[in-house]
Design a protein. Structure first.
Length: 324
């Protein structure tokens, strides 16, 4: 996977824990990541980590934007490295219009600024859900600031000894919002055509890729479809993947959905596998499959059939961290 060789083809997908304090990792992360690092997986990806304070999904989300957040994560990783050689990746992201939200067990609704929230930023002033206050559309200065923040966070991650970077362009967060016509109604160079909608995510990728040594793989998590008519789809995902490959992308992690509450997802075992298979076939890039892959035999079949190069597991690893 780029310059990183994994011991096997199972990986632990990033899972938000909503347990940080002011973006800083806590003892919860020490226990959570420590347990997963003792499993037999080939790669551990740290949860979605905000590159700016306003890029957090919730007030409890992890961040890596200053010396304090870097030091807190360094403490956790020092303990992990004392007991596990498992390769580490981190998912860097910005929540965009889905920021300033309550944690899921409190309903996940948007937190108003008057109640301790903050103003979400987005490609366009289109709210995620009906009845929510609209986000603020990003201007050129805001785009440049966020692009730089991704690169700065990637440098911090590399300094911490994290061996791979995954950019979060899925699940309805900022980079996905730029990609999807359901969230991007811009009429400037950052919207409109597929090339325009891909422009900002590609600029972020280029900035991160340039900030790191060539030996450090930089991959991208994508939603293969919005599951909404007229939204982002597999053909556009493939075009995006091919553009990323031309820019030195190390891997693609194929999920789906998240940009619209109108999504209709046909949930079932391995329901996203066809998306990963299509991306792998069209791009030739190392591809991770994810989504209701819960049994070892199922995971083995995915790899043996060539549907994907690596199987990413999330909740299945929480239930049984030692089955890989």
């Amino acid at each position: 996977m780029g310059g990183l060789t994994l011991p096997n083809r199972s990986g632990i997908a990033p899972m938000c824990q909503y347990s940080a304090a002011h973006g800083q990792a806590t003892d919860w992360h020490l226990m959570h990541l420590g347990q997963l690092a003792q499993s037999g997986a080939g790669l551990l990806t740290i949860e979605a980590t905000a590159v700016t304070p306003e890029g957090r999904i919730t007030p409890g989300c992890l961040g890596l934007w200053d010396d304090a957040t870097e030091a807190a994560l360094a403490r956790v990783l020092q303990a992990l490295r004392a007991h596990s050689p498992m390769p580490l990746c981190i998912q860097l992201g910005h929540a965009g219009r889905k920021a300033s939200s309550e944690v899921p067990w409190r309903g996940g609704q948007l937190i108003a600024e008057a109640d301790g929230g903050w103003l979400p930023l987005a490609p366009s002033a289109l709210p995620h859900a009906e009845g929510e206050a609209p986000p603020q559309a990003l201007d050129e200065a805001g785009l440049a600031r966020i692009c730089q923040a991704f690169a700065d966070s990637a440098r911090r991650a590399h300094r911490l000894g994290i061996q791979a970077i995954e950019l979060h362009a899925a699940h309805g967060y900022l980079l996905h919002q730029f990609l999807s016509p359901l969230a991007n109604a811009r009429s400037d160079a950052w919207g409109g055509s597929l090339a325009g909608r891909m422009r900002f995510p590609l600029a972020v990728f280029e900035a991160v890729r340039a900030a790191l040594p060539a030996s450090v793989p930089v991959g991208v998590r994508v939603s293969g479809t919005d599951w909404v008519d007229g939204g982002w789809d597999i053909d556009q995902t493939i075009a995006f993947g091919q553009a990323l490959r031309e820019r030195g992308c190390g891997f693609l992690h194929v999920s789906s959905g998240g940009v619209s509450p109108r999504q209709q997802i046909p949930l079932g075992p391995g329901y996203q596998l066809h998306l990963a298979q299509a991306v792998k076939a069209a791009t030739g890039m190392p591809t991770m499959a994810v989504g209701l892959i819960t049994e070892p035999a199922q995971a083995e079949a995915v790899i043996a059939s060539g549907q994907a190069d690596l199987v990413a597991l999330a909740r299945a690893m929480l239930f049984n961290p030692h089955w890989p």
